[in-house]
Design a binder for this molecule. Structure first.
Ligand code: NAD
Length: 340
């Protein structure tokens, strides 16, 4: 049974991935009280009040916690309004789009004493403390390989899909891989970024990409990923230190072949008052890197083959795997079928 002291919660951005948050909130049962939803779309049949204007929602309900699951370019104004209305945040990733926005939200949190958890759920993975306990020595390299298939409908799923300011294999679906690699290595700017972006579809962003990040101190991070593969690589991170190496499959909480139990829920962690597993401050390197990626030249078009309702790049998973193993860019390990 909820009581007057039960934390109240509102969800802004209630369809799309917001449905997952609805479920997470429902799973908490009486431990929270969902008081309102915010969405600019009609949400027929809801039993809680729905607001198109999130400011009205905040003014009328003053929720203790606001989950923000709107498109990335809308995050900052909604987050600032929610923090100034006295709420703690669970803010979806990417939290903000550049370092100025990161600084503005950081200042607002400091001024109000509110907390902001960012929706990088893999930062609650038990593989992170277990990896630290392996004593691999100072880390020298972190390499990420990921190969998924996304049909053409993926790139038309929302108005912001495939658009320069907010999407792309590196900054959206594989954002968790980037964040995880940066967190494992405690990598922060300044760094030198070598980046290659490719696209097999008619989109503004990369669906296949590689990067090598050489920080002024800390391990070199290489990432090779694709969304145009018929062969699946879940998201493999190889961590190499001076005394050994380890292998993490971040979406599965798998460390050296063993699935570890005990992933921390971002929402429960926020509600608990415990130190956050994914505080905004921890995501600064991700935002710095994502901003550089989004400002980079347009991706190079590739020629693929028809597959499902989209276009696949034959052999791309092999190139991704080799690039990660050699700490290399994709162009350094093979020929990509460039369209021109
Ligand atoms: N953590 C994860 O694994 C994960 C997975 C998927 C998406 N996401 C993130 O969740 C966020 C939403 O993604 P999505 O795929 O659900 O997007 P979407 O476009 O499908 O849904 C966004 C929802 O927000 C609503 N909306 C848009 N502007 C609004 C505004 N100003 N005020 C209120 N509502 C508004 C839309 O009507 C829609 O219902 C993004 O930041 C995305 O990167 C995270």
């Amino acid at each position: 049974m909820t009581t007057a002291s039960t934390p109240t919660i509102a969800l802004i951005g209630a369809s799309g991935h917001g449905r997952r948050h609805r479920q997470n909130i429902a799973d908490l049962g009486d431990r929270v009280r969902l008081v309102a939803l915010g969405d600019i779309q009609d949400l027929p049949g809801e039993t809680v009040p729905v607001y198109a204007d999130h400011r009205r929602l905040l003014a009328e309900h003053k929720p203790d916690v606001v989950v923000i699951c709107t498109p990335p370019h809308t995050h900052l104004p909604i987050a600032l309004d929610a923090v100034h209305a006295g709420a703690d945040l669970l803010l979806e990733k990417p939290p903000v789009l550049d370092l100025d926005a990161h600084a503005r939200l950081t200042e607002a949190l400091a001024a109000t004493g509110r907390r902001c958890q960012v929706g990088f759920q893999a930062l609650g993975s038990p593989t992170l403390p277990a990896l630290a306990a392996l004593e691999l020595g100072p880390l020298t390299h972190i390499a990420v390989a990921g190969a998924w298939w996304r049909p053409s409908s993926y790139w038309t799923r929302a108005p912001w899909s495939g658009r320069r300011a907010a999407d792309g294999a590196l900054v959206n679906p594989f954002a968790h891989a980037l964040m995880q690699a940066l967190a494992i290595g405690a990598v922060r700017p300044p760094w030198t970024l070598e980046l290659e972006r490719f696209r097999s579809r008619d989109i503004e962003v990369d669906d296949t990409a590689a990067l090598r990040l050489t920080p002024s101190s800390g391990p070199v991070v290489t990432v090779a990923v694709t969304l145009a593969s018929t062969e699946f690589i879940a998201g493999d991170i190889t961590v190499t230190g001076t005394r050994g190496s380890a292998h993490v499959v971040y979406p599965q909480d798998r460390l050296d072949g063993v699935v570890l139990p005990g992933r921390v829920s971002l929402l429960e962690n926020l509600l608990s008052g415990d130190p956050l597993v994914a505080p905004l401050s921890r995501t600064l390197p991700f935002t710095a890197l994502a901003a550089e990626i989004m400002a980079a030249p347009d991706p190079v078009p590739l020629t693929g083959v028809a597959h499902d309702d989209g276009i696949a790049l034959p052999g791309i998973a092999g190139l991704v795997r080799t690039a990660a193993a050699r700490h290399a860019l994709l162009s350094e390990v093979g020929d990509l079928p460039c369209a021109n």
